[in-house]
Write a protein that binds this ligand. Structure first.
Ligand SMILES: Cc1cc2nc3c(=O)[nH]c(=O)nc-3n(C[C@H](O)[C@H](O)[C@H](O)COP(=O)(O)OP(=O)(O)OC[C@H]3O[C@@H](n4cnc5c(N)ncnc54)[C@H](O)[C@@H]3O)c2cc1C
Length: 420
């Protein structure tokens, strides 16, 4: 295993900084790596903290090959700089050394801001508000913070103690928390509007999409997102499980289920390995955990009488359709066959909680997400939003970035309100 200095030495500090443009947070990667090279770790960490508050998290879970590392010029002919691992090293060192995650500015604003949802969007928004003299309050429906970082991404990818220490650092900036408070059940948006000058909504979108195929109502069919969020699993010992999907959720569900004792886990994905949304390393890890991925396969129906007994699958070929950027899977007639299984997990995508979001009275897009402008403003001037609740790309760093952008919009809005 190479040391952090070996990893940093690969960086050629290019002037154009394509890695920074590939990073949703726009972290100044070449500058912090330059400090790592000269062992000025604390300063390297301070550079990171200018733009992010999640280094130990993003360093572990970001799809770097599609973000910063994917843009690294060294990746063209050699291996790209392992930016994620260097970032995690600095984040972990800051936790061990007790370095603060940025500085709270003295500037005090006597305005009240509520943040609903304690996932990455809400946490980052809270941190940047707190750093700028606001003491925000996070309202979170669960009795813990972190959102999908806590209840979606499994321990074997993101250790809970690292997450907890990262969140503690954010709270130390001066953030209050109301746990067990669900918007739409324990508190309404109108009540929040009466109590606060501005509100940030970051309640995510963790409701599994279904395939709408026959058999989905059988006992033994689960939504992958809800399964991971609740953490309540059936006994998989000696059972076969089929997971439908090809992204993060499919990988995390399949690996979790395999580790919980399932004898056989199949992932069914309509396209090929190259097209799979999960990262190369996640695919490799799933395979090495013993998960069998059936590429270019589609599920036609789920078989069973009361309980799931299997799935009927069909092979697909990939064709280029006019006007579509991605190759489209088309079922190959007559290639159907039956796979016996006991459980089917849907991991084909997720959506917002319509019951809650429809009550908010905010403009939504065709997928039901809350519309925002590039700075996180919704259709109501005092309400801001970000993360998976909105059309922001569904990754941790993009959710965090949207929280940060919204924090600056909220500050601007509060300053204008003060002077008007
Ligand atoms: C299983 C899984 C694995 C993933 N893996 C990765 C990965 O490896 N890398 C990556 O970059 N992205 C990954 N993602 C995507 C990423 O986690 C999300 O895009 C990101 O967490 C979205 O952040 P958010 O704050 O908008 O929402 P969330 O993380 O969902 O947080 C929303 C918060 O709001 C709370 N909440 C919900 N409703 C209410 C309510 N009514 N009242 C109060 N609080 C409420 C929730 O409890 C939660 O704490 C993964 C997603 C899943 C599901």
């Amino acid at each position: 295993m190479s040391s952090v200095l070996d990893k940093a030495s690969v960086c050629v500090s290019c002037v154009t900084k394509p890695c920074q443009m590939g990073c949703p947070f726009r972290n100044d990667i070449t500058s912090f790596i330059r400090d790592v090279k000269s062992k000025n770790y604390k300063h390297a960490y301070e550079i990171l903290c200018q733009t992010t508050v999640l280094p130990s998290v993003c360093g572990r879970v970001c799809p770097y090959d599609k973000q910063c590392q994917g843009a690294c010029v060294k990746g063209v002919s050699y291996d790209a700089v392992r930016i994620g691992e260097i970032e995690a090293f600095l984040g972990d060192m800051a936790i061990d050394e007790g370095w603060p995650i940025g500085r709270r500015e003295d500037l005090k604003r006597d305005k009240r801001v509520a943040i609903v949802g304690g996932g990455p969007a809400g946490l980052v928004c809270a941190a940047f508000l707190a750093r700028n003299g606001i003491r925000p309050v996070i309202y979170e429906k669960h009795d813990y913070l972190g959102g999908i970082l806590y209840h979606g991404i499994p321990e074997f990818r993101l250790p809970k103690d690292i997450l907890k220490k990262t969140i503690d650092k954010i709270l130390e900036l001066g953030v209050d928390v109301e746990l067990g408070m669900s918007l739409g059940r324990d508190i309404s948006l109108e009540e929040l509007e009466k109590r606060y000058d501005a509100i940030f909504l970051g309640i995510g979108g963790n409701v599994s999409s279904m395939m709408h195929i026959p058999g989905e109502d059988l006992v033994g069919v689960y939504g992958g997102n809800e399964l991971l969020e609740s953490g309540v699993h059936p006994d998989y010992t000696g059972k076969s499980v089929v997971v439908s999907g090809g992204g993060n959720v499919a990988m995390d569900v399949s690996r979790t289920v395999k580790r919980l004792g399932a004898s056989h886990v199949y992932v069914i994905y309509r396209r090929g390995e190259k097209e799979m949304p999960a990262t190369q390393s996640e695919i490799a890890d799933a395979k090495s955990d013993g998960v069998e991925i059936l590429f270019q396969h589609n599920i036609l129906k789920i078989d069973g009488i009361r309980n799931v007994r299997g799935v009927e699958v069909i092979k697909t070929e990939l064709v280029k359709k006019e006007g579509e950027a991605r190759l489209s899977p088309v079922n190959i007639e007559g290639s159907n066959y039956h796979i016996p299984c006991d459980y089917v997990m849907m991991a084909i995508g997720s959506q917002v909680d319509d019951e809650v979001v429809s009550q908010l009275g905010l403009e939504r897009n065709s997928r039901g997400k809350i519309k925002i402008d590039p700075d996180g403003r919704t259709s109501k001037e005092n309400i801001f939003a970000g993360g998976d609740l909105t059309p922001t790309p569904g990754t941790v760093a993009f959710a965090g970035r949207s929280g940060r952008d919204a924090a600056f919009s909220i500050l601007e809005y509060l300053d204008k309100k003060k002077t008007s």
